[in-house]
Design a protein around this ligand. Structure first.
Ligand code: IFM
Length: 452
């Protein structure tokens, strides 16, 4: 068994993290354009102004994708590049950029997977209240309509939002990402509700204006839970803990079910409605219906998870990581089982085909004396994770996997200090070098993961 014959082997990026060309060519500004320029926000003062200069080098980058043998490429559109004010006038130069990107991908037989929102809230809309303004539901809908009208003749797969947990939580609750706000908890629940309504509206618009049948999904994130042993008790604890909610209200966005239950099951989780009662906006039946506008597949970004078990006292508990537990350069734990258990639990609950929309790691990659980039840690990590994904694919419907990331890029508040790519980027010269892991991934794709 293992991966299906037409399994989608891909890699992912996002607009601000790679494109550069943040000024000119008719692009408007977004919150990251502004935030990165303010001192103290980004490590070493980096900005996305040039990033990987993908805006000018996308043809070269697609050649490299071809060399890796990617079947699919997940990228995002910068809302403010195509609609400089967020609504209204269209920037045809921005449209042309994405249009050419899509054509070039198709010419190379790489299927485009387009994400509408990977965190670039147009600054003009931010000034009008952004996610707090109920009008954003229609603004986002109009943006989705434009995307459907211009690209759905060639693009068949769409994601609405990437990681609402992060852009609401880090951006507006913890203030570590743009726009760097620590809003009252109540406001963040209101925002989250608009975010979900905007998702629903975008699904409607994509469907209504698509020029061919399209597949629409969503790409939330979250840390998974996996059981310490295969006993039914531990498995049940892992299942429950994966979908449970944060009692720490200043970190409430970091969960799976608040963001996915309403989309896939049509209602917010009961536990949350009680726990967060004091903070909730009015939620109407009409809202619930809009949020639950049917989608075709479930995307999930998965990087790591927590090992859990039924404790001696009969209470669920997290298993402490041992001293020296493996971790990536960015300090995230290496927990391959999260891909097996995460996929299984998500499929059981949401009953939709699954795509792993992001997974990967940052390493301290350098160019060696032989001019190559040797990244055995990335190969080892991916081998372990994909082995677990293959086990899951034996049991549940997994359609695809997008490695994060195609190339080293701007890692938000960490600037260029973290390298997540299969392709090394020398930011001084914009030279690209395929890392050893890119060649390894090429073999995995060619053999459809046979040896994993
Ligand atoms: O780089 C980010 C991406 O933008 C969203 N998901 C996690 C990645 C690694 O931190």
């Amino acid at each position: 068994m293992g991966f299906s014959k037409d399994f989608v082997w891909g890699a992912a990026t996002s607009a601000y993290q790679i494109e550069g060309m943040t000024q000119g060519e008719g692009k408007g500004e977004h919150i990251w354009d502004i935030y990165t320029k303010e001192p103290g926000h980004i490590l070493e003062g980096h900005t996305g102004d040039i990033a990987c200069d993908h805006y000018h080098r996308f043809r070269e980058d697609i050649k490299l994708m071809k060399e890796i043998g990617l079947k699919a490429y997940r990228f995002s559109v910068d809302w403010s590049r195509v609609l400089p004010e967020g609504v209204g006038a269209v920037n045809e130069k921005g449209i042309a950029f994405y249009s050419e990107l899509i054509d070039e991908l198709l010419k190379n037989e790489i299927e485009p997977y387009l994400t509408l929102y990977h965190w670039e809230l147009p600054y003009e809309l931010y000034k009008r209240g952004g996610w707090m303004n109920p009008e954003i539901v229609e603004w986002f809908g109009a943006y989705a309509k434009l995307i459907a009208e211009r690209f759905s003749d060639r693009v068949r797969h769409f994601f609405t939002l990437n990681e609402p947990q992060c852009f609401v939580g880090l951006g507006f609750l913890r203030g570590e990402h743009a726009p760097g706000i620590q809003a009252p908890i109540r406001d963040t629940f209101e925002m989250a509700h608009q975010v979900l309504k905007a998702h629903g509206r975008a699904v409607q618009m994509l469907r209504q204006y698509a020029k061919q049948p399209v597949w629409i999904g969503y790409a939330p994130t979250g840390s998974m839970c996996y059981p310490e042993t295969d006993t039914p008790e531990d498995i049940e604890v892992a299942r429950q803990m994966l979908f449970s909610l944060q009692t720490n209200k200043r970190n409430w966005t970091w969960n799976v079910s608040w963001w996915s239950d309403p989309v896939l099951l049509g209602h917010y989780p009961e536990e949350g409605l009680k726990l967060y009662e004091a903070y909730l906006p009015k939620i109407t039946e009409e809202d619930r219906k809009l949020i639950a506008e049917p989608i075709d597949f479930y995307g999930q970004n998965i990087y790591n998870g927590r090992c859990v078990r039924m404790g001696k006292e009969g209470k669920p508990e997290e298993v402490q990581r041992y001293a020296g537990f493996p971790k990536t350069a960015i300090d995230w734990p290496v927990t391959p089982k999260c891909l097996y258990w995460g996929s299984k639990f998500l499929y059981e609950r949401y009953k939709k085909p699954i795509y792993i929309t992001e997974n990967g790691l940052s390493c301290h990659d350098t160019v060696s004396l032989d001019g190559k980039v040797h990244d055995p840690n990335r190969i080892d990590f991916l081998a372990r994770y994909l082995h677990e994904l293959k086990r899951a694919a034996d049991e549940v419907d997994i359609r695809g996997y997008f490695q994060w990331s195609l190339m080293d890029n701007f890692e938000w508040a960490k600037g260029y200090t973290e390298r997540f790519g299969l392709i090394y980027v020398d930011y001084r010269t914009q030279q690209r070098i395929l890392k050893d892991s890119a060649f390894w991934y090429r073999d995995i794709i060619q053999t459809n993961g046979e040896g994993l």
